[in-house]
Design a protein around this ligand. Structure first.
Ligand code: SF4
Length: 668
């Protein structure tokens, strides 16, 4: 008997329409857990670096996390892995909602797509029945609209649909996969789905999942629910409202946007507007929120209600994700009303709400600078609101300049040339990041930005406060009930962290402390991503209900895999290293691991080098960021070491010859 997982994958060869139900090896679950961990192994085994994102041999994997489908509160993530057309590295984008538990109930842990369908299709999974269906009539339809049409067509209102919009069909590099209440947006997973000719995957499942020790598991779930209630009643003090609670930032419930609008850059990450948030703006935005937001909604089995259904007058209702609330507004320098309207269209098109606004704002800035000519922008309206809608339409159709912008700001700037590269100043590893331009180097964030492979800083940070609290008394009160720390030393790190003086940034936390903090934060995210847990109840928030002390119990009682903190830490390190190994094999090196040059005004090159050197050594990587033979051996990854040696990535003395690699190639 397999517990928590079903023990079966659904493998579909789109070239020939072959569908196979494949039993998986339980040993792999012990080693890699599931979700992201197992995806990393599949990509390693079956997608060598000679393959690019739009090759038929690239895989597109939809994986339900190990504990999805169990009663664990908030455990509902689908982890989608493939090769990214934008970064040329392994992408792992994830979505909440209802899709992953439904897949488990249909009897599968993963759907693995390979090949390309000769015509647009959708896949309908209904327990043991799996069909490939014609989707030509859905071509050009919106992602959310597609879900509705499929539900009508199947006469099955409870089917869960993950679909792409026009952007995915046209292989826009930042195309998302949408499923109504959530989306997998980062790194172009929707473009790969479109390239494979798959418009949607519809799932309906009515089977049970099995729990190894149900009474113990339910007690753990009960403890989590009680703690959620406690945290909701006891917000964290001395942090901005957006960081006080749990959930994926209660963006759709919070009216006060001073923190985002004054700290994040507007336009194409161009300027800060420190005095933007006035009483007048606050009142106008409150009015918009209250008139357009119809209700707050949750993902599967979660009480947190992080999403909001939005109904702009005259437009269809849609579900807004927390992060898209401001990205369009701030990129186009407009207001919340406009942001809500354009986000409706962008959601139907299926684009990433971080990358799309930046790509559009890049075009506006390049035009203002004379780098993009009037001829290239012929037909663009002069009004800012109309301008961004016009650009969005052209990007998703790949028309004119839209065809260039559809490759993301990094590749678009390369293609445009004439100095455009300097305007694409918000990328790491060729991907748009949060539009932040700050003052003093933050050493913790330096490491997270540089070495993160999830391509989104908000999905790596979280456990440790972002900044010191004003007084020691505040900090003492904070650490009193901070039981989530993996080690008491973290409390001391925080207690001694001052706003000014010797123990302030950039030299405090010290380099060694930064390594500990970043490693802890990253570890928690990687655990979530294997188990399918929402980071909003775990790694992304301060003092969360799930943490390193109760996770092993959930895995033991739920999946029947005996687990303790040390074993869980080792398993996480194993698949985290495997994610890196996939990327190293595709050419990622130390030179790629750097935040945008203007991310902070005050930079400290010597300190930054030391941070990277020390963190690499801490992780068991060499000076180029490549896991060493010893590290790989200790984690049971000798097969990776063997491959690295054969490819000359590692040599017997672990020198690292440099050569052009797939991550460096021009877009196709
Ligand atoms: S915390 Fe929010 S985003 Fe996370 S599962 Fe619950 S409702 Fe969804």
């Amino acid at each position: 008997m397999r517990y928590a997982e079903t023990g079966f994958d659904l493998e579909i060869d789109l070239n020939i329409g072959d569908i196979e139900r494949v039993e998986t090896d339980p040993v792999d679950t012990e080693l890699y857990l599931g979700g992201l961990g197992t995806n990393a192994k599949l990509i390693w085994d079956r997608v060598p670096p000679e393959i690019d994102a739009f090759s038929p041999d690239n895989l597109l994997i939809f994986s339900a996390g190990l504990l999805c489908g169990t009663p664990a509160t908030g455990c509902n993530r689908t982890i989608i892995s493939t090769l990214s057309p934008q970064t040329r590295l392994m992408a792992f984008s994830m979505m909440g909602g209802f899709w992953a538990p439904e897949l488990k109930y249909a009897g599968y842990d993963r759907v693995i797509l390979r090949g390309k369908s000769p015509q647009l299709i959708y896949i309908y999974i209904n327990n043991d029945s799996v069909e490939i269906r014609d989707a030509r009539h859905l071509s050009g339809r919106g992602a959310i609209e597609t879900g509705e049409l499929i539900r009508e067509e199947l006469k099955e209102p409870n089917v869960q649909v993950a679909a792409i919009g026009l952007a995915g069909e046209n292989r826009v590099y930042f195309a998302s996969i949408e499923q109504g209440r959530s989306s997998a947006s980062r790194a172009g997973v929707g473009a790969v789905m479109g390239d494979k000719g798959v418009k949607a995957i519809a799932v309906r499942g009515t089977k049970d999942t099995h729990i190894a020790r149900p009474t113990e598991f339910m007690q753990l779930c009960d403890d989590v629910l009680k703690y959620i209630q406690f945290r909701n009643e006891n917000p964290v003090k001395w942090v901005p409202p957006i960081l006080q609670g749990i959930g994926t930032a209660p963006e759709l419930a919070v009216h006060d946007e001073q923190w985002h609008t004054t700290n994040f850059a507007w336009g194409n990450a161009r300027l800060r507007r420190k005095d933007f948030w006035t009483e007048e703006v606050a009142n106008a935005w409150r009015e918009t929120m209250e008139s357009m937001r119809k209700r707050l909604v949750s993902c599967y089995n979660c009480p947190m209600r992080c999403g909001g259904t939005i109904q702009p007058p005259g437009l269809p209702t849609y579900m807004m994700k927390c992060y898209s609330k401001l990205t369009y507004t701030m990129a186009s320098m407009t207001d919340l009303d406009y942001g809500f309207r354009i986000a409706q269209r962008a959601t139907e098109y299926g684009v990433d709400a971080f990358s799309a606004p930046q790509a559009m704002a890049l075009a506006v800035e390049l035009h203002e600078a004379g780098i993009l000519t009037d001829q290239e922008m012929a037909g663009m309206p002069s009004d800012n609101r109309e301008k961004f809608l016009w650009l969005l339409d052209r990007i998703v159709r790949r028309e004119g300049i839209g065809d260039v912008l559809a490759n993301g700001t990094y590749w678009a700037a390369q293609q445009i040339g004439k100095g455009a590269e300097a305007y694409a100043h918000n990328n790491i590893k060729k991907h748009e990041q949060l539009p932040l331009k700050l003052g003093m180097l933050n050493p913790i964030y330096f490491l997270m930005y540089s070495t993160g492979e999830k391509i989104n800083i908000t999905q790596i940070e979280g456990q440790f406060p972002q900044a010191p609290f004003p007084t020691r008394e505040n900090r003492e009160e904070f650490v009193k009930d901070w039981f989530q720390v993996p080690d008491e030393k973290f409390k001391q790190y925080f207690l001694d962290w001052e706003l000014r003086g010797e123990n302030s940034m950039p030299f405090y936390p010290t380099v060694e402390m930064c390594c500990d903090i970043v490693d802890w934060q990253e570890r928690m995210h990687y655990i979530d991503d294997a188990l399918g847990m929402c980071a909003g109840l775990s790694s992304f928030v301060l003092k969360p209900p799930y943490h390193i002390h109760n996770y092993p119990k959930f895995i033991s009682a739920g999946a029947g895999i005996e687990m303790d903190e040390a074993k869980l830490t080792e398993a996480t390190k194993r698949y985290r290293t495997l994610v890196r190994a996939n990327n190293i094999r595709r050419g990622m090196r130390r030179k790629d691991e750097k935040p945008p040059q203007d991310h902070w005004k005050k930079r400290f090159p010597e300190l930054e080098e030391k941070l990277l050197d020390t963190y690499y050594a801490y992780k068991g990587w060499n000076k180029e960021g490549i896991p060493t033979k010893e590290t790989l051996h200790a984690l049971g990854l000798d097969y990776v070491a063997k491959d690295f040696l054969e490819r000359g990535i590692l040599t017997d003395d672990e020198g690292t010859p440099s050569k052009e690699t797939s991550a460096e190639k021009e877009p196709k």
